[in-house]
Design a protein around this ligand. Structure first.
Ligand SMILES: Cc1ncc(COP(=O)(O)O)c(C=O)c1O
Length: 484
């Protein structure tokens, strides 16, 4: 309770607490009747007591004029947007809504190539024609970062009628790059709105030592997975708009269509709580967080063979052990009960807790477990070489067909070595580095085949449609007498 009092006001949370205290009788949905009919474990059943629906006084996410409106207004004024929204289907639905609100079938959109699949899905659904801009490679973290202003500028010069530039900021590993403000300003000189998937940056709003939010750098629409770095429940996200180009009405229109008509009050309350958590995060909290973080890193670096790599976001930390892949490290850590965010062939990524003065984390115990895990690493591991990825020469590239068009074409599986000049019918996303080698609709070039060969040799993991074991890829069937 003391912890609650210290936080700023949470209108929706308070409303749910008051409502529950009146012991309401349920003859409405949901069918679990405040958890009474549920056989779930007690902890979960207890939470179901707050799992209300649009009852008198509890407002409606899709037509807010009461407590949800108040909670969203608090969110908007805290983040400095002109309007902000609670999302109950993650950043995935925010990405869909911002792209639907700006693009129609046939429109050109400029897209950072290492985008999350929800961006690719939104482009496919709208029928927009993407132009992909490649990100830079960051040697320190061995991952891809942002795009440069020069590359985006070249894409805009080639496609000045683009309806949106879609960026991902920061990267999964917390890279922000240095050219975001410049890139956004450049897009605005073309009158093109900048839509930013800032899934991993909901906490940037607390200010230094955390990076700037794209919202503060002038982006038109920004989506945050509050559940990734703030204390919100999984699937809880924010969408913010501050734009003279993108219409808030269109965003609202698509959010109404794309989100459930029965949004979870638990998720919405956790968003109200997460906003309050960030809003009350003060200088003292930041100092303590940074002190504990530095102490944690120092302890980790005393562990023989273990290296830590810091990125632009202090909430992210990379762990490496020379000669071992991230998967090896992950396996040993998990055997000790330590679960990182992601492993790749080079390393494991941790997302640290955004601690406040009054919140603690068992770092001593954690360090001991990590030390045990690392001491258990033995035997040899494969080394990973860097593979060149497209576009190989130009900074941007445009697929021959959209995914929508591909969906209506006949396809076939062929050996990848024989796929030169054929049109890929699905994306191939190697991990590392998690950026598509081929996107459905792109023409396969000799360079793609070479890179794919190297990736297969080093046993990279793949997302997307590739029959790895058979070394086959799916392509559009050649029409008799046609070119594909
Ligand atoms: C960059 C990025 N964007 C969007 C998403 C989807 O976010 P959500 O899980 O909130 O729908 C993710 C999920 O990992 C992501 O990493």
């Amino acid at each position: 309770m003391e912890c609650i009092m210290k936080r700023s006001e949470r209108p929706l949370v308070e409303k749910l607490i008051n409502f529950k205290e009146k012991h309401p009788v349920s003859f409405h949905v949901p069918g679990h009747k405040h958890g009474m009919l549920s056989d779930l474990p007690l902890d979960i059943r207890t939470a179901l007591r707050y799992d209300f629906t649009e009852l008198e006084g509890l407002d409606d996410l899709h037509e807010p004029d009461g407590v949800i409106e108040e909670a969203q207004q608090r969110l908007s004024s805290f983040y400095g947007s002109s309007q902000s929204f609670f999302l109950v289907n993650g950043t995935t639905v925010g990405n869909l809504a911002m792209i639907y609100a700006t693009c129609r079938a046939g429109d050109t959109v400029i897209v950072q190539r290492n985008a999350h699949k929800s961006i690719f899905h939104a482009i496919e659904l709208t029928g927009a024609r993407p132009v992909f801009v490649s990100p830079v490679w960051d040697e320190a973290t061995m991952t891809t970062g942002g795009v440069t202003a020069v590359q985006v500028g070249k894409a805009l010069q080639a496609y000045p009628g683009a309806k949106a530039v879609i960026l991902t900021y920061p990267s999964y590993y917390g890279l922000t790059g240095v050219e975001m403000r410049e890139t956004i300003n450049l897009c605005h000189t073309y009158g093109v709105p900048v839509l930013v998937d800032e899934a991993h940056g909901a906490h940037f709003v607390v200010g230094e030592p955390f990076p700037y939010s794209a919202l503060d750098l002038g982006a038109d629409v920004v989506v945050h997975s509050a559940h990734k770095t703030l204390p919100a429940m999984t699937m809880s996200s924010f969408l913010h708009i501050r734009s003279t180009i993108v219409s808030p009405e269109k965003i609202v229109h698509y959010l109404r269509m794309l989100q459930s008509s029965s949004p979870s009050y638990l998720l919405m309350a956790s968003l109200d709580d997460a906003r309050a958590y960030a809003e009350s995060y003060n200088e003292e909290d930041k100092i303590i967080f940074m002190k504990r973080r530095v102490a944690f890193i120092k302890r980790l670096e005393m562990i023989p063979r273990l290296d830590t790599i810091e990125t632009d976001d202090p909430l992210k930390l990379i762990l490496r052990v020379k000669g071992y892949s991230g998967f090896d490290i992950q396996q040993k850590l998990e055997a000790e009960g330590i679960y990182g965010e992601i492993a790749d062939p080079y390393q494991v990524l941790f997302v640290l807790p955004l601690l406040k003065v009054e919140t603690s984390y068992p770092f001593d115990e954690i360090c001991k477990k990590i030390e045990t895990a690392i001491s258990r690493l033995n035997g040899s591991s494969r080394t990973v070489e860097k593979v060149e990825l497209p576009p190989f020469n130009e900074g941007h590239s445009r697929p021959a067909y959209t995914s929508e068009e591909i969906a209506h074409m006949e396809i076939e599986w062929i050996p990848y070595e024989k796929s030169e000049d054929r049109v890929a019918a699905a994306s191939i996303i190697p991990y590392p580095p998690g950026i598509p080698l081929l996107i459905g609709g792109e023409v396969v070039k000799a360079e793609h085949i070479q890179s794919l060969g190297k990736l297969l040799q080093m046993k990279a993991k793949f997302q997307g449609s590739i029959r790895i074991n058979e070394k086959q890829i799916v392509v559009v069937k050649k029409r008799t007498g046609g070119i594909v």
